[in-house]
Design a protein around this ligand. Structure first.
Ligand code: F6R
Length: 614
């Protein structure tokens, strides 16, 4: 996740920006930079200082810069377009260097805008989507000589998400700000005006803030702040007083990172789909394979570990159902020591949130030596998995801090679903029209997840109470439900230390049913699907032996209450997409149980976020 901070006032901007950037650093970064206004007797210029790596590096560089500026903007970057490097670091500047901007979000039509701007003589210095904004503002400024007006006009050309702050050497002391789908807060303090993407960056200086809404603009000066709407009409947005402490501010007011990250999942779905349907056609340009090469693929291996492996189990169902290509899912730690059957027409898909899991990397290397094409799905731009694969999709989950994966799993499942749709399209197993329809439905899962947050809180709490004192629990399901059960069981055991296993519901009577005694929790995924009745039959067998039955069911299914002690509903959704929605209540359930058992949900014992050893 990127972070923005800006200040204009009477104090040294450099210090305020560095302290704000340090506060934003916990989200991860790959580079940081500032733009500071410097005024001499004759003119004002904008100095841009950028550094790859930690904010501390930027800070030491700034120590040598004689910067007395009282106006500036800063940024920490979590790369999405373009590798982590100094040229790709923000701020980005216009051709004449007089306008500098920092941006959070993704500009979907940047490729188009870039070629238009280049055609009109603009020169680009970076690979980022952001830079188009600097050049668009430059063009508009040449006509209007008004920074905020130029920013407003630039926004009319941009499709995508942005929180943006801009400064211009011709308007010293002014910061122009805009927002669409990317958070921006603005505040007034004793010594000036502040802007940030997150309260944490400015909490020491101001606690009375305006949370900018989509389509609103702000103009900050040392003396005050004015707000306008998309038409340039003045508005007076409400001011909110924030009394969070630092710890609460880091978590955006959530009690823990895990909950914050679970709640970000609707955004992850949306961001991962941005730019994938262009001109009515599904595209994954980063795949690194031509359509002809894709068409030749006759076997897919998904290799991954832990939660990422579970995303692979979902993908197997989708790839085989839609593309009719055999798909094996294998723990990378096993794959690397076997002798799997790999030919030049095998596609190996390596899934890794961190992009640096040792077993997954070793498996990638092995697969490539054996002649497979390897495609990576990762959350970290420029990570070893990204670098060592033939092509890569980035999951757009942004930095995940809680050790247990939640939002990156959803990003992985959405990305793998896109891959399955693409393979089906290339193999003519689905028509372009069908792919478009499925793509739309995939996007709808963002709202469906939101519905779960809004309506199922109490049901999840009740289910958690029913599990919290158990010694063990079973997660069961069939088809997609069986794949989801694996992730539900892993989440519960890793953060609550309550032993949990996942079983295909039909396997229960081949052994695990012996575990069931009165009160034993059985958590089932029994959504309306072709195997619904079969799953219900298996649950009846558990009920007959006294199990406490908790079911994730489809909204409106009242019959399930006959056997279930607790029901958590998810919206009616195509079976292919229920992994996305049905996993969410299981994440929340695991978190509630862990909290009830007094566990640290963000940092469970014995675990690490990146597993870089075998
Ligand atoms: C579970 C979890 C782990 C990781 C696994 C792989 O919540 O986070 O099981 O999924 O260690 O890590 P990545 O995806 O980084 O390769």
């Amino acid at each position: 996740m990127c972070g923005i901070v800006g200040y204009t006032g009477t104090e040294a901007a450099k210090d305020i920006l560095i302290s704000g950037l340090k506060r934003l650093e916990y989200r991860g970064y790959d580079s940081a930079g500032v733009a500071l206004e410097r005024t001499s007797a004759h003119e004002t210029v904008v100095d841009v200082i950028r550094r790859v790596g930690k904010v501390a590096g930027l800070e030491s560089e700034l120590a040598n810069v004689d910067a007395e500026a009282a106006c500036g903007i800063g940024h920490t970057r979590w790369a999405t377009h373009g590798r982590p490097s100094t040229v790709n670091a923000h701020p980005h500047v216009s051709c004449d260097g007089r306008i500098a901007i920092v941006h959070n979000g993704i500009i979907e039509n940047f490729a188009e805008l870039r070629s238009e701007l280049e055609g009109r003589g603009h020169t680009f210095a970076s690979e980022t989507d952001t830079e188009v904004f600097a050049h668009l503002i430059e063009e508009a400024y040449a006509r209007e000589h008004d920074l905020l007006g130029a920013l407003r006009e630039a926004c009319t050309h941009v499709v995508g998400a942005y929180g943006i702050a801009a400064v211009c050497a011709d308007e010293p002391g002014v910061i122009a700000v805009a927002r669409k789908d990317s958070p921006i807060i603005i505040g007034r303090g004793e010594h000036g005006s502040y802007v940030a993407s997150d309260m944490i960056a400015v909490i020491d200086s101001t606690r009375d803030v305006v949370v900018l809404e989509d389509g609103q603009f702000a103009r900050l000066t040392p003396e005050g702040i004015s707000y306008t709407d998309a038409q340039g009409e003045p508005i007076e947005p409400p001011v909110t007083h924030v009394d969070w402490n630092i710890d609460m501010a880091e978590k955006a007011g959530y009690p823990d990172f895990m909950l914050k990250e679970i709640c970000e999942q609707p955004r992850v779905v949306r961001d991962t789909l941005v730019g994938r349907m262009t001109g009515g056609e599904l595209s994954i340009d980063e795949l690194g394979l031509s359509l002809e090469e894709l068409n030749l693929i006759d076997r897919v291996y998904v290799i991954a570990c832990g939660t990422s492996y579970h995303a692979g189990l979902i993908a197997k169902n989708l790839i085989e159902m839609w593309a009719r290509i055999p798909c094996e899912v294998e723990a990378a730690s096993e794959f690397r020591y076997r002798d799997p059957i790999i030919t030049p027409s095998t596609l190996v898909v390596a899934v890794s949130q961190s992009g640096e899991t040792a077993d997954t990397l070793a498996a990638i290397r092995d697969a490539r030596i054996k002649g497979a094409k390897v495609f990576g799905i990762t959350n970290v731009v420029g990570s070893p998995v990204a670098r060592e694969s033939d092509g890569v999709i980035y999951t757009k989950a942004n930095k995940e801090i809680a050790v247990a994966s939640t939002k990156s799993f959803i990003g992985q499942v959405v990305s793998l679903t896109l891959l399955a749709l693409l393979l089906a399209q290339v193999k003519y197993r689905l028509t372009v029209g069908q792919v478009r329809m499925l793509f739309r439905e995939l996007g709808d899962t963002a709202e469906q997840i939101q519905w779960i947050f809004e309506t199922q809180k109490d049901a999840i709490h009740e289910a958690a109470l029913a599990c919290k004192d158990a010694h063990s629990a079973l997660f069961v399901g069939r088809g997609m439900g069986a794949a989801i059960a694996n992730e539900g069981a892993l989440k519960l055991k890793e953060i609550s230390y309550l032993h949990a296993e996942a079983y295909a519901a039909g396997e229960m009577k081949h052994g695990p049913i012996a575990l069931i005694d009165p009160g034993f929790p059985v958590i089932a995924i029994a959504t309306k699907s072709p195997v619904y009745d079969k799953t219900v039959s298996n649950l009846k067998e558990c009920e007959a032996r006294g199990a406490k039955i908790i079911v994730v069911a489809t909204e409106g299914d009242e019959d399930i209450r006959e056997i279930a002690d607790h029901v958590i509903y998810i919206p009616r959704v195509r079976d292919a997409f229920c992994a996305i929605t049905a996993t969410v209540p299981l994440q929340l359930l695991a978190r509630e149980v862990a909290l009830m058992r007094g566990c640290d949900v963000d940092q469970p014992r014995n675990l690490a976020k990146s597993v870089t050893v075998e």
